[in-house]
Design a protein around this ligand. Structure first.
Ligand SMILES: Cc1cc2nc3c(=O)[nH]c(=O)nc-3n(C[C@H](O)[C@H](O)[C@H](O)COP(=O)(O)OP(=O)(O)OC[C@H]3O[C@@H](n4cnc5c(N)ncnc54)[C@H](O)[C@@H]3O)c2cc1C
Ligand code: FES
Length: 290
């Protein structure tokens, strides 16, 4: 465990530091079911403030008497009135979140972690490669770019899902696919009777990608660990330098603020040094893609 940060709350805790530990109350404004096990929650902080996040950051979402869990913010800071969280039901806390009703009060710590800074992508061509339910964190960045389209160059979005049924944000995917503001390509591992699109791994979508101006391109990769190695190979093969490739790494987390060591990636803590890392920062750290 890293020893360069205090493990306990210091006796003199500033109001800002206290915010890291104490959940802020937020009201559930709406709930939209997306798949049998995914729902989209729109929230507003009770204090009337905006969340003030960057794409790629997360919050600790808590239900009193049950617990808390890290969830990526899937809405863009360009739409600040409410913020949105897409939650997959997998265990105790996420099941309690799925039992929530509109109007109920929950707790939110954050925004936490390192997201994508505007200065890192401003004026760049952007390539976003996404796998599975990572479309949720990616959506924050996608809306961020589309809402300020003139600030960016070419925008390619490559998305791979397990099956059509597992796809999140299906209506938005359709809009993005038909839009001239981006090149959105979608594939599924296995189609069904309704699927007319491509099948195969997300790396297949690189085959049809028009040549890129790699001197100005930023790549962002968000997905399950199994996807990273293959997508990284495609991205690096095209000549995008490692310090312009951003990878969002999900790790088990507890505190979310660099105190417990649960999220360690070698000498880094995913909760404060990430979850978004430059590939140049993690390529020599074997735990990053374990
Ligand atoms: C930075 C970050 C962002 C995340 N963003 C989202 C998001 O936007 N939407 C979303 O639905 N989930 C997200 N997750 C995952 C989410 O935090 C877990 O699913 C949640 O903590 C499970 O809590 P639980 O009490 O419901 O389940 P538990 O009872 O704790 O676990 C149920 C099952 O899920 C597995 N699991 C728990 N945590 C994780 C994890 N971090 N990674 C993989 N498997 C896990 C457990 O091994 C177990 O099999 C994120 C995780 C991190 C670290
Ligand atoms: S150090 Fe506690 S979750 Fe990262």
């Amino acid at each position: 465990m890293r020893t360069d940060r205090p493990l306990m709350c210091p006796p003199q805790v500033s109001a800002t530091a206290l915010c890291d530990y104490v959940p802020r109350p937020a009201r559930v404004m709406s709930i939209t079911k997306m798949t049998p096990h995914d729902a989209l929650f729109s929230l507003e902080l009770i204090d009337g403030k905006t969340l003030g996040h960057r794409p790629g950051q997360f919050v600790q979402f808590s239900i009193l008497g049950v617990g808390e869990c890290p969830i990526s913010v899937c809405s863009s800071p360009t739409r600040p009135q409410q913020f949105q969280l897409s939650v997959r039901r997998v265990g105790e806390v996420t099941s309690a979140i799925h039992r929530l009703r509109t109007g109920e009060i929950v707790g939110v710590r954050g925004p936490l972690g390192r997201g994508i800074e505007p200065s890192e992508i401003d004026g760049r061509d952007i390539l976003v490669a996404v796998g599975g339910c990572a479309l949720a964190p990616a959506r924050s960045l996608i809306h961020y770019i589309l809402d300020q389209r003139v600030r960016f160059g070419r925008f390619d979005l490559l998305y791979g899902a397990k099956s059509p049924r597992e796809m999140l944000f299906r209506n938005e995917l359709k809009i993005w696919r038909d839009s001239r503001d981006l090149n959105c390509q979608i594939t599924v591992d296995a189609g069904d009777a309704t699927w007319r699109g491509r099948t195969g791994a997300v790396t297949r979508l690189f085959e049809d990608l028009p040549p890129m101006n790699t001197t100005n391109t930023v790549a962002v990769i968000i997905g399950p660990p199994a996807m990273f190695r293959h997508v990284l190979t495609e991205v690096l093969k095209r000549g995008i330098p490692a310090d312009r490739v951003f990878c969002s790494l999900e790790r088990r987390m507890k505190c979310g603020i660099g105190k417990c060591g649960h999220c360690q990636v070698n000498d880094l803590y995913s909760c404060i040094d990430g979850p978004v890392f430059r590939y140049s920062e993690i390529r020599s750290r074997p735990e990053a893609f374990a």
